[in-house]
Write a protein that binds this ligand. Structure first.
Ligand SMILES: Cc1cc2nc3c(=O)[nH]c(=O)nc-3n(C[C@H](O)[C@H](O)[C@H](O)COP(=O)(O)O)c2cc1C
Length: 196
């Protein structure tokens, strides 16, 4: 990893919840780490740690090692809990329906939810890689109302086939790159559409 000078507008808060999608979290952290000038600060919910164990052989400590620092979920006085802590915004990957509901209602009873609330109120980018299937009317209402906020992007991890991926890994890398585009990261894994 190269020695990087971080500008505060290139510090990305990465939230991880107990929805399915740990490989996407890991890939986002890798891409941020590998992009000059950017750094990730990580907040995991307890359910995120559980799904990580289920879905990946990458250990929790290895995941934490991809970020410059990790905050405990209950450290409600940590820097991302305040709007005066400058960041480029926040990506929640994956984002559960539980956390989506908390953000939608402004119910900030842990650091991840508080950081998302702060991101919205400060007008910074908030990217939500929401995952559930099927989606209920409650889930859809929460997403629809949050999507009305100009700084919130709802980005469910959707499979793409038009780029003819050879593997799930390739799909994960391409989607992680898309999640980071709103922060100005144009990773080599991002495929620009050149037309048919
Ligand atoms: C293996 C596993 C996969 C899960 N996948 C999802 C999912 O895709 N979407 C979702 O909303 N919840 C999913 N859940 C349930 C959430 O983990 C659960 O609602 C949890 O309370 C979310 O809490 P959090 O938002 O604080 O992480 C899953 C749980 C497990 C154990």
């Amino acid at each position: 990893m190269e020695n990087k000078e971080i500008k505060t507008d290139q510090r990305i808060i990465v939230g991880a919840t107990g929805a399915s999608g740990s490989p996407l979290l890991i890939e986002c952290l890798r891409q941020i780490r590998d992009t000059a000038g950017y750094e990730a600060e990580l907040i995991l919910t307890p359910a995120a740690e559980l799904t990580l164990r289920q879905e990946s052989d990458v250990t929790l400590e290895e995941v934490k090692g991809l970020a410059v620092r990790t905050y405990a979920i209950d450290s409600i006085g940590a820097p991302p809990a305040s709007g005066s802590y400058p960041t480029a915004g926040m990506v929640i990957v994956p984002c559960s329906m539980h956390t989506l509901a908390g953000i939608h209602s402004g119910f900030s009873d842990n650091l991840l939810l508080r950081a998302a609330d702060v991101t919205i109120k400060e007008g910074r980018r908030l990217v939500l890689a929401v995952r559930e299937s099927p989606l209920s009317a409650i889930h859809l209402r929460n997403m629809q109302e949050l999507a009305l906020l100009s700084n919130v992007k709802i980005m469910p991890p959707m499979m793409t086939f038009y780029n003819r991926p050879d593997s799930i890994d390739e799909m994960v890398k391409a989607f992680a790159a898309r999640l980071l585009l709103p922060f100005g990261i144009k990773h080599q894994e991002h495929r620009e559409w050149t037309g048919i």
